[in-house]
Design a protein around this ligand. Structure first.
Ligand code: ZN
Length: 74
């Protein structure tokens, strides 16, 4: 027999597996973990993208500086 219930992580009460919030205590169940995971992944992507963008910009600035040095020095 398949159970459609699971125990609430907050109060231990039986809640439907499809339920996003516990009817006993009102706490969100798995959706919180899922949202947290999505937020962490989003932050990770933003962090990697900003790091890439920053390094690309500094590389360009470095090239500009080298170019100016070559122009001024020679
Ligand atoms: Zn609960």
């Amino acid at each position: 027999m398949k159970s459609k219930l699971k125990a609430c992580t907050a109060c231990g009460g039986q809640i439907a597996k499809s339920a996003t919030t516990c009817p006993h205590c009102g706490k969100s169940s798995t959706s919180v973990a899922r949202i947290g995971l999505v937020i962490i992944l989003t932050l990770l992507v933003v962090w990697v993208a900003s790091r890439y963008f920053t390094s690309y910009q500094s590389d360009n600035a470095e090239l500009d500086r080298m170019e100016q040095q070559i122009r001024n020095g020679h």
